[in-house]
Write a protein of this length. Structure first.
Length: 181
């Protein structure tokens, strides 16, 4: 199986490792585990100590959370002209998903007559700026011969460009109106 020489070498290596570990630790307690001296100026009362720590910047305070810090700019859906114009243009369609924080509007399947064709519109907001590249509009067409046999394809129709143009022009009107106020 194993030769005596091989077992002896393994044993010697293990002993060397143990000895080196003991010599490196020097049989002392690490610095982070040693007790620290208590500052005589700090209070014994826990509430007073907590107040001192907060004043010195060593703790946290919920008081500053209510104030607006930094340059964070929150814009609500009622003040975003692109969002408002999209909802106003698509108001005749049934909406399945309207998520302002996620920047997406998805309509339900819609057809205006008893035809077999339906349309579904997805509007993604890539930016709050009123520009043509701030919107991504996807239009899906669903053609059903029967209820079980439907084909869904992404449409490259002119409706997409017309919808984008009308949303952007309506957003410009909202933007001008808000600057007048």
């Amino acid at each position: 199986m194993f030769s005596k020489n091989y077992i002896f070498k393994i044993l010697v290596v293990k002993v060397i490792v143990v000895i080196s570990l003991l010599s490196l630790t020097n049989c002392s307690v690490p610095k982070f585990m040693k007790p620290t001296k208590q500052d005589s100026s700090s209070s014994v009362n826990a509430k007073e100590r907590a107040r001192e720590n907060i004043n010195q910047g060593k703790g946290i305070s919920l008081k500053g959370l209510a104030k607006g810090r930094g340059s964070t700019n929150y814009q609500f859906s009622t003040s975003n002209p692109l969002w408002r114009s999209s909802l106003e243009i698509l108001d005749f369609l049934p909406l399945t998903t309207v998520d302002y924080s996620g920047g997406i509007i998805i309509t339900d399947w819609y057809n205006d007559s008893n035809s077999n064709d339906s349309i579904k519109i997805t509007v993604r907001f890539l930016s709050n700026e009123i520009r043509s590249d701030s919107l991504k509009i996807i239009i899906h067409n669903k053609n059903c011969q029967t209820n079980q046999n439907c084909k869904i394809i992404e449409s490259k129709s002119i409706i997409k460009e017309e919808l984008q143009r009308s949303i952007l022009s309506k957003a410009m009107i909202f933007e001008k109106e808000s600057k007048k106020k």
